[in-house]
Design a protein around this ligand. Structure first.
Ligand code: 4AD
Length: 435
């Protein structure tokens, strides 16, 4: 096989008509006594390999016919265009070599239950839909970084092990930290991002975050990836303008790059793109409450808005909705009090339609030293853990705002998936720590 060039399935267009070698895995096989069609997987892509009986010895043809799913193999053949194949090319087999055998691969083309597939996640990653979902994840992560790079934001990598509680004491993973007491897995990078605006003005972070939430819903993970941005001198309104432009830009770019993957996932992207061409609705919490009460919902001022009610609001507005200015008590200590109604804060959650729910939480931050100390006391948070954070309000405090977006929820929306568990390579949920 020495004279043929070894290529990947990313290099097909420039090798049409050439003898090439491809090394990959048997994704599936079908055919007749005259020819076999082998699906070969490599670089997350699948190409059809045509094995013609008359071009091979009887022994080779029979061996190919009985190849097992996930056998690893080197194929030498000629690359041809084939408009009928999803990838646009096929390989006509000349010879092959088995690299690694595979027996009784547990995931077969028949239907499997979700629990079984999640426990086989280390193998399930090889399946067609999973290839597409993680490729969308890859593209979206890239587009997010690109957006912030091109808009002059500086990447600040915030710590995973933290001493201060970022969001709520009720959902912390903690671990003993030498002689210094408890350390917590980061629920957010926000407090650290706030320190960095004084140095770089516009900053972002992108990394894993942790919530020991006892929620078994289709949108909760205990470990998820959050993208967060923070901007000096930006007020609440500017925060919403940035969020809307950001979501529209990255969604459109990801859809454009992943059309084939969305086809595999049977996701028609047109309704999603239509949302991106219209302004996102904005409603105050108070108005959301009035609307829900008018529909007979048993909800009172101060209650959080649950998933079903969020869906009622997105249906009413025909697309994504920012719900602004929540009751102060329902939200985190760092949110700025609304000067026009001090019972509320200058925050907003962005709710996606199609049952996806909240994808962004953000707010203008409290900039006054006294107000923030008071809020920490109200929440019974230990002031000494926040000394460093409070100093930000002493040395040149400025108005500032920011937000956080849950990557897996945005992937679920783009891919049209009902659950976030397939949107991350190895989901961590209350009942799942393996593989
Ligand atoms: O609304 P959250 O809790 O906001 C923060 O953590 C702020 N510190 C962000 C900021 O202002 N810098 O979370 C932000 C987003 C949510 O809108 C949701 O998309 C996602 O993170 N998220 C989760 N995703 C999956 N599983 C969970 N358990 C999640 N909790 C939040």
């Amino acid at each position: 096989m020495s004279e043929a060039k070894t290529i990947t399935l990313n290099e097909l267009s420039e090798n049409v008509g050439k003898r090439v070698q491809v090394r990959g895995w048997v994704h599936g096989i079908r055919g007749s006594n005259a020819r076999q069609f082998l699906s070969l997987r490599e670089s997350g892509k699948i190409i059809q390999v045509l094995a013609e009986k008359e071009l091979l010895s009887e022994e080779s043809f029979q061996e190919i016919k009985h190849l097992k799913q996930e056998t690893s193999i080197e194929i030498l053949g000629t690359l041809a265009k084939n408009e009928k194949s999803p990838i646009g090319y096929e390989l006509v087999l000349e010879s092959y070599k088995i690299v690694g055998h595979s027996e009784n691969y547990p995931i077969t083309p028949k239907e499997h239950g979700i629990d079984f597939l999640l426990s086989q996640r280390h193998l399930w990653l090889r399946s067609s839909k999973q290839l597409s979902i993680l490729r969308v994840r890859n593209e979206l992560s890239f587009q997010i970084r690109k957006y912030f790079y091109e808009n002059q934001f500086t990447l600040i990598d915030t710590p995973i092990l933290t001493g201060s509680i970022g969001e709520s004491a009720g959902t912390l993973f903690s671990t003993k930290y030498f002689d210094l007491g408890d350390a917590y897995l980061a629920q957010t990078g926000q407090l650290y991002l706030e320190t960095a605006i004084f140095a770089h003005s516009k900053v972002y972070c992108f990394g894993p975050t942790f919530r020991a939430e006892k929620s078994k819903t289709r949108r909760h993970l205990t470990e998820f990836w959050m993208f967060e941005a923070e901007v000096a001198f930006a007020d609440h309104n500017q925060n919403l303008i940035l969020q809307e432009d950001f979501v529209k830009t990255v969604v459109k770019a990801t859809v454009a790059a992943c059309r084939n993957d969305l086809k595999v996932l049977e996701r028609d992207p047109e309704p999603l793109l239509a949302y991106m061409d219209r302004p996102f609705a904005r409603i105050d919490y108070n108005h959301a409450l009035e609307f829900l009460q008018s529909k007979g919902e048993d909800i009172v001022w101060g209650d959080d808005i649950n998933a079903e009610r969020e869906q009622m609001l997105t249906t009413e507005h025909g697309g994504p909705v920012f719900i602004e200015k929540y009751p102060r008590e329902a939200k985190a200590f760092y949110m700025k009090v609304n000067p026009e109604n001090p019972k509320t804060v200058l925050n907003a959650d962005l709710i996606a339609p199609d049952g996806v729910g909240e994808i962004i939480g953000g707010s203008e931050r409290e900039e006054s030293y006294q107000n923030i100390v008071q809020r920490l006391k109200e929440e019974n948070l230990p002031l000494e853990s926040y000394e460093w954070y409070l100093e930000l309000r002493k040395y040149g405090s400025v108005p500032h705002s920011g937000f956080g977006l849950g990557l897996e929820r945005l992937i679920a929306w783009i891919c049209g998936l009902q659950h976030v568990r397939e949107c991350i390579p190895f989901p961590r949920m209350m009942e799942r720590l393996y593989p």
